[in-house]
Ligand binder design. Structure first.
Ligand code: MUC
Ligand code: MG
Length: 382
């Protein structure tokens, strides 16, 4: 038996309240559901990972329930008894037998990296090659669905010095109303903030052609996934004509997607998401494709809690250039988390811990309270 053999893998679905409804083109979030992955090893080390999506099956091919069921039934039997210290071999073993399921793979890869970092006394960023910075700029998404409330929220974030990059979620409503909403917010914030939009695939190409011009003419810096992920040729046409850069998000469901998008010139910015590539190491392969193709990078989120957010952050701080910053604000959208210590956001940036592993622990009482299969009904409030 390996000294650090994997002895058990636990998956826990946790439902957490959000500070307000979060309105996306395909779904309005009233809360967030995260899946925590806990890998226990024979040397007593425990690694934590997270596999989180948005809106059940509204966003991607995996839901919290499918992630849990698939890890329990298909991933765990392949991994139990394997060497947790050789995460490369463990991930290859999964890759050979399990197609897709990048969200679940990301949670597992994160937990193995966390375990190995704790074992060696190294931060995950050091296992990924070494950090080039200690903090990351963080955008905030304005998605209350109300122009006035969004402006108020942005002003509050600027005053707190928490965010000065704002992403507006559009696409659920009528196009001209959406454009008026975005233009009003940009006018109110002026040069004090960068304003970007995320359409979450809601437009067709003809609408997008016109809308991208209007947005660019009105000072919008970046246009994320304006049309369907399946219309790659359309993305390439838009990318060729839109003065504001086009960013691919849903279009990237794997490292291979990233390669095809780069080859076809379908985006000039990539949103990097560990969940959609299969983990922190996998997302760096997508980043390498982008860097080689001259495509700029943005550190994306699936609105993970603290574990997934730090897993992303440890990968992103190893990158040479992250021209568009990140949106690693997931924990700030939650009123409650299950971590022993909250993440530190300061001066518009997220601080990435240097302590071993991810640098985060669980609050077991809170976890027991918020887990869906509740085993405890009371928590000690802080
Ligand atoms: C997405 O599509 O980018 C990221 C930030 C946010 O508000 O929603 C997510 C998903
Ligand atoms: Mg997006």
């Amino acid at each position: 038996m390996y000294p650090a053999a994997i002895t058990s893998i636990e998956t826990i679905i946790v439902d957490l309240p959000t500070i307000r409804p979060h309105k996306l083109a395909m779904h309005t979030m009233q809360n967030q559901t995260i899946v925590i992955v806990r890998v226990r090893c024979a040397d007593g080390i425990e690694g934590l990972g997270e596999s989180t999506t948005i809106g059940g099956l509204a966003y991607g091919n995996e839901s919290p329930e499918s992630i849990k069921a698939n890890i329990d039934a298909h991933f765990a039997p392949l991994l139990i008894g394997q060497d947790s210290a050789n995460y490369n071999a463990a991930m290859h073993r999964l890759e050979r037998s399990i197609k897709g399921n990048t969200f679940a793979k990301s949670g597992i890869e994160t937990a193995l990296l966390d375990a190995q970092g704790k074992r060696l006394g190294l931060a995950v960023s050091e296992l990924l090659g070494g950090r080039l910075r200690d903090t990351l700029p963080v955008a905030w998404t304005l998605a209350s669905g109300d122009t006035g409330k969004d402006i108020e929220e942005a002003e509050h974030m600027l005053a707190l010095r928490r965010h000065r990059l704002f992403k507006l979620k559009i696409g659920a409503g009528e196009v001209d109303q959406d454009l008026a909403h975005v233009i009003a917010i940009k006018k109110a914030l002026g040069e004090r903030a960068s304003v970007r939009v995320d359409v979450n695939q809601a437009w067709d190409e003809a609408v997008a052609l016109r809308a991208c011009r209007v947005l660019s003419d009105n000072g919008i810096d970046l246009i994320e996934q304006p049309i369907s992920r399946n219309n790659r040729a359309g993305m390439a046409r838009l990318n060729a004509i839109s003065p504001a850069p086009i960013m691919a998000d849903e279009s990237i469901e794997s490292v291979e997607d990233a390669f095809n998008l780069a080859r076809e010139g379908a985006a000039s910015v990539f949103a990097l998401k560990i969940a959609k590539n299969g983990g922190p190491r996998a997302v760096l392969r997508t980043a390498s494709i982008a860097e080689s193709a001259g495509i700029a990078l943005y550190g994306g989120t699936m609105l993970e809690g603290g574990i997934g957010t730090l897993a992303s952050a440890h990968a992103f701080i190893t990158l040479n250039k992250l021209a568009w910053g990140t949106e690693l604000f997931g924990p700030l959208l939650l009123t409650e988390d299950v971590l022993s210590e909250p993440l530190v956001y300061r001066d518009f940036e997220l601080c990435v811990p240097k302590s071993p592993g991810l640098g985060v622990g669980l609050d077991e009482d809170r976890l027991a309270f918020f887990r869906r299969d509740k085993t405890s009904t009371s928590i000690q409030q802080a």
